[in-house]
Structures are given as structure tokens and as C-alpha cells.
Design a protein around this ligand. Structure first.
Ligand code: TXA
Ligand code: MG
Length: 315
């Protein structure tokens, strides 16, 4: 488990251009100094991530964020209401920010987030500079919610992994674009759409993969296990494992894991990625998932599941 001394060492490593795996309340991040082009290039290389897909830049709080992007009153309201927490804001980049151009994939906008996790907070404060951190998985694969997941996938690329056990939210931050006239949801995540709507009123939902340049990283296939995934399953197919939610009928499946027996969406979100990994074994023919309600955190869960089930374009 991460103590003060290890956090200080991790911060020092990042200041020296190295990459560090660290916990946030959503998923583990692969962090590097967002003002260091070389460190940011190493993040893309380690993940095998396409360069057109920008990274989220992490800061401790609004004060540090204001040095990197232009905040209007609406953006300040979002930060005051939801930071620290699982919301990333896409805002116009400040021309005088020292942010790596590669981090935001050459766009004139940047995605910023202040994570709530105490280890992430301590690390960001110790680093004293903005930290670019995508989820610490190989591009297109299942996101990591434990330090062991990070070690399995990216152990060779990181100088150190801060371990603080499983991530409490378990699903990535909501990405909200505040550069247009109406707030636009680019990725459903840890802050449910309903909570955003309470604050902002109407919110545009960007349907990913319609070629919309505003959601550059929203590839159809993502979060993918090796096994095929079947959604809204009711009856078993031979050799299939099941991810079940609520009072689902689970008889006849080769193995069953419960995202949440009592049908709690927050519990299901926290379990989702770790359980997908646990069932992704060659002894099964596929993974079936029962239907999950399209509300609250269920939107983010269903978004990840649809992508995990999407046809894979590249290997
Ligand atoms: O919860 C999270 O957000 C985690 C933890 C580590 O903080 N990070 C994360 O980063 O999920 P990543 O890189 O895996 O996802 C970043 C998402 C992508 O969908 C990307 O396309 C979008 O944010 N994004 C980043 N910058 C953007 C920008 N300037 N405009 C539009 N979308 C952007
Ligand atoms: Mg990711």
C-alpha cells in the first residue's frame, strides 16, 4: 500500500520523465508529466494508443486547472460542483500553458480532471505539475481497477505502481465538453448524466463513431476481453460464462459472477472491469451479460459493455 515516502518517490520519478501507475477513484491511471513531450510520447507508446486520441490531464483542483485552460462561469460551476470527482471537462487550451501538444493530440482543447482519490491527490500535489493519465491498460483493452491489472498489462513500462486496492467507482470519468453553446456528453462515466442535467439543464449527447471529431477517442471497439461478449442475455449457450445483475436467471451457465445481486448500479460499476477480466478465460466459449438498466451509472456500464461487444477492427 502506498505510504507518504512512496508517493514522494513516485512524484519525483514523474518529474524526471518516468511513468507511474496510480489509483484514482475511477480506474488506475498511467501517469506522466503533461508538460514533458517525451513522457507523454512514452504514455502513447506504452499503451499502443493512436496519436489522434488525446489524454486527460490531471490536476489537484480548480486553481491549477485555470492555468491550463480557459474557464468561463459555466466551467467554474462544473468544477465547483463536481471536483474533486469523476468528471473530466473539455475546455479551450490556454495558449500560454506549458502542456505537451501531443497530450491533447494537437487539438486546441484539453480534457482536465481533479480526481478525488486521496493517493491521486497527494501524488498530484507532490508532483507540482499537471499529470497526463489515461487508464493504465493497453489500448482497446479492459481498464484496470487494481494495481495487479496494471502490473499485468504495463508492468514493463512503469517505474512504479502505487497500490491502494480496488478503485471505488470502477468506471472512468464522465467526459463533458464545455467548448460549445450547449454542454455535450462525450463519454458517460462516474458522474451520471442525471446529475449533470440538474446543474446544466439540457445536455447534448454526442453519439460516438458518427465521425464526430469532438469525441476523437471514442472507438467502437474498446474495453475488449478476448472472448466474445453477448449483451442482454437471458438463456445460456454452451460453455458460456455469465455476468449477472439483479434477480437474473443464472442456471445453465458454465460460471456466474454477480455484478450486483441486489441490483445496485454503483456496486455493478465497481465490479465490472475486474469481473470481465476474471471471466475472460479460454475454458469458456464466451461471456454473456444480463440486461442492465439504462439510467444513472447504468448508462456508463452499458456504454462500456457495448464497446466491449463491438466487432474488433484491429487486433
Ligand atoms: O477516469 C478517467 O478519466 C481515467 C483516470 C485515469 O483518470 N482516465 C481515462 O483516460 O479514462 P483515457 O485517456 O483512457 O480517456 C480519455 C478520454 C478519451 O475518450 C479521449 O478521447 C477523451 O477523454 N478526450 C481527452 N481529451 C479530449 C479532448 N480535448 N477533446 C475531446 N475528448 C477528449
Ligand atoms: Mg481508457
Amino acid at each position: 500500500m502506498a505510504d507518504q515516502e512512496t508517493i514522494a518517490r513516485a512524484a519525483q520519478l514523474m518529474r524526471a520523465g518516468e511513468l507511474v501507475g496510480f489509483p484514482t477513484e475511477t480506474v488506475y491511471g498511467l501517469g506522466g508529466d503533461a508538460t514533458n513531450e517525451g513522457a507523454v510520447a512514452r504514455i502513447f507508446a506504452a499503451k499502443g494508443r493512436p496519436h489522434f486520441n488525446p489524454l486527460i490531464v490531471h490536476v489537484p483542483a480548480l486553481a491549477e486547472a485555470e492555468a491550463l485552460a480557459r474557464f468561463d462561469e459555466r466551467a467554474r460551476l462544473a468544477a465547483r460542483r463536481f471536483w474533486p470527482g469523476p468528471l473530466s471537462l473539455v475546455l479551450p487550451r490556454r495558449a500560454d500553458s506549458r502542456l505537451s501538444l501531443l497530450a491533447s493530440a494537437g487539438l486546441d482543447t484539453v480534457a482536465l480532471r481533479a480526481p478525488a482519490h486521496p493517493i491521486a491527490q497527494a501524488l498530484l500535489r507532490a508532483a507540482g505539475r499537471p499529470i497526463a493519465a489515461p487508464s493504465a491498460n493497453r489500448s482497446g483493452r479492459i481498464s484496470p481497477t487494481t494495481a495487479a491489472h496494471v502490473a499485468d498489462e504495463l508492468g514493463d513500462s512503469v517505474a512504479l505502481i502505487l497500490d491502494d486496492g480496488p478503485c471505488p467507482v470502477g468506471i472512468e470519468s464522465t467526459v463533458l465538453d464545455l467548448t460549445g453553446a450547449m454542454p455535450a456528453l462525450l463519454r458517460p462515466g462516474g458522474v451520471p448524466l442525471e446529475q449533470l442535467a440538474e446543474v446544466f439543464g439540457e445536455i447534448e449527447t454526442i453519439v460516438p463513431d458518427d465521425g464526430a471529431p469532438r469525441a476523437p477517442g471514442r472507438l467502437a471497439s474498446h474495453y475488449a476481453p478476448d472472448l466474445p461478449l453477448r449483451l442482454a442475455a437471458t438463456d445460456p449457450r454452451p460453455g458460456e460464462a455469465l455476468l449477472a445483475f439483479g434477480p437474473a436467471a443464472a442456471a445453465g451457465f458454465a460460471e456466474v459472477l454477480w455484478l450486483s445481486r441486489r441490483g445496485a448500479l454503483a456496486e455493478a460499476a465497481a465490479n465490472l472491469f475486474a469481473m470481465l477480466r476474471r471471466l475472460d478465460r479460454p475454458e469458456f466459449t464466451g461471456i454473456a451479460v444480463t440486461a442492465i438498466p439504462e439510467e444513472g451509472l447504468g448508462r456508463a456500464i452499458n456504454d462500456r459493455l457495448r464497446r466491449a461487444a463491438a466487432p474488433r477492427s484491429i487486433g
